[in-house]
Design a protein around this ligand. Structure first.
Ligand code: COA
Length: 320
């Protein structure tokens, strides 16, 4: 028994912010952003909230799958930017869609979150505990980025993507996940600090900080490494893979990974130009876009791979 995606959905806030819009409020330019990242615009929340975006993507995925919310056994929301410390965003989605029979919780693995969530639900399916699940990747990083730090804020956008999964005979073939907490400080966002009434301090709210070059080096080394491992351990040739659906972080990261794997760049679907890096949402968002465009046919082999804060990374080989 394995795990098959039977429906996808996505949501992005209506508010589109172009590079030129950013150049009006900070010292940057469309040329700088596009040539270094491939990003032209991103969707930025006007207050939609993570749970709302996640629920909208979820509704679409359920509709495509033809699955009723009450049939769901498990809801996993991969996010680093929930609206509340508690209840979890997954529980809020559960309430919004009426999935009264599901267990719901959040999973934190930043931009690797969707893959970690998919692989976690897959383990429940393999052990026979659950049969029908909803996996959502959703982030509203616009509330975590430091808008005075042009080195990071131009990279990110908000959005959500979702997949309904079912225990089935075909689907996930193999998976890899990894973490390296020692390297965590290269990409982090400190939560509310412990100052309080008793310590006579005021809690500080942290913003995202990033060592861009370290993250770049990590991504272009780790992703090809785990894709190669995935291919080796399944005995699948890279030429059998129709698409390498990667976390949408940066066009130059794609170029470098494609070169290292010696695979043509056109097998790496991209929508980073229109969304920027939407963190946990990026993989399900592009999966939904491709799915609705009819890019996947039954039996297609695809690899999805993600990397991000933690540091974390993961890859999954699946048959559509
Ligand atoms: N607009 C204009 N200039 C900018 C800028 C911006 N938005 N951001 C940085 N610069 C400037 C810097 O101040 C620096 O100027 P200086 O040389 O005068 O000091 C110059 O551009 C180069 O900055 P640097 O940070 O060295 O650029 P880079 O070539 O490393 O590119 C990234 C920066 C962020 C695009 C690149 O490191 C990257 O893509 N890293 C991966 C990040 C990522 O994907 N993170 C998420 C992973 S999930």
């Amino acid at each position: 028994m394995t795990t098959r995606i039977i429906g996808t959905g996505s949501y992005a806030p209506e508010n589109r912010v172009t590079n030129d819009d950013l150049a009006k409020i900070m010292e940057t330019s469309d040329e700088w952003i596009r040539t270094r990242t491939g990003i032209s615009e991103r969707h930025i929340s006007s207050g939609e909230g993570t749970s709302f975006m996640a629920a909208e993507a979820a509704k679409q995925a359920l509709e495509m799958a033809g699955v009723k919310a009450e049939e769901l056994d498990i809801i996993l929301l991969a996010t680093s930017s929930p609206d509340k410390c508690f209840p979890s965003g997954a529980c809020e989605v559960q309430a919004a869609i009426g999935a009264k029979n599901a267990v719901a919780f959040d999973l934190s693995a930043a931009c690797s979150g969707f893959i970690f969530a998919l692989n976690t639900v897959h383990s429940f399916f393999k052990s026979g505990i659950y049969k029908t699940g909803l996996i959502i990747g959703c982030d509203e990083l616009s509330k975590l980025v430091d808008w005075s730090d042009r080195r990071t804020c131009v990279l990110f956008g908000d959005g959500a993507g979702a997949a309904v999964v079912k225990a089935d005979e075909t689907g996930i073939k193999h998976l890899i996940m990894g973490s390296d907490g020692v390297k965590g400080p290269v990409l982090e966002c400190v939560s509310r600090t412990t100052e309080n009434f008793l310590t006579k301090g005021h809690p500080q709210v942290g913003y995202m900080t990033m060592d861009g070059q370290e993250v770049f080096k990590f991504a272009v080394k780790k992703v090809p490494e785990c894709i190669r491992q995935l291919l080796e351990e399944t005995g699948v040739d890279k030429e059998e893979i129709k698409y390498f659906v990667l976390h949408q972080a940066n066009y130059r990261i794609f170029e470098s990974i494609a070169k290292r794997l010696d695979v043509s760049l056109d097998r790496f679907p991209m929508n980073i130009d229109r969304y920027g890096n939407t963190s946990g949402a990026s993989i399900p968002l592009i999966l939904d876009e491709m799915n609705r465009e009819g890019k996947f046919e039954k039996g297609d082999k695809i690899i999805i791979a993600g990397f991000g804060a933690g540091l974390t990374w993961g890859a999954t080989l699946m048959e559509w």
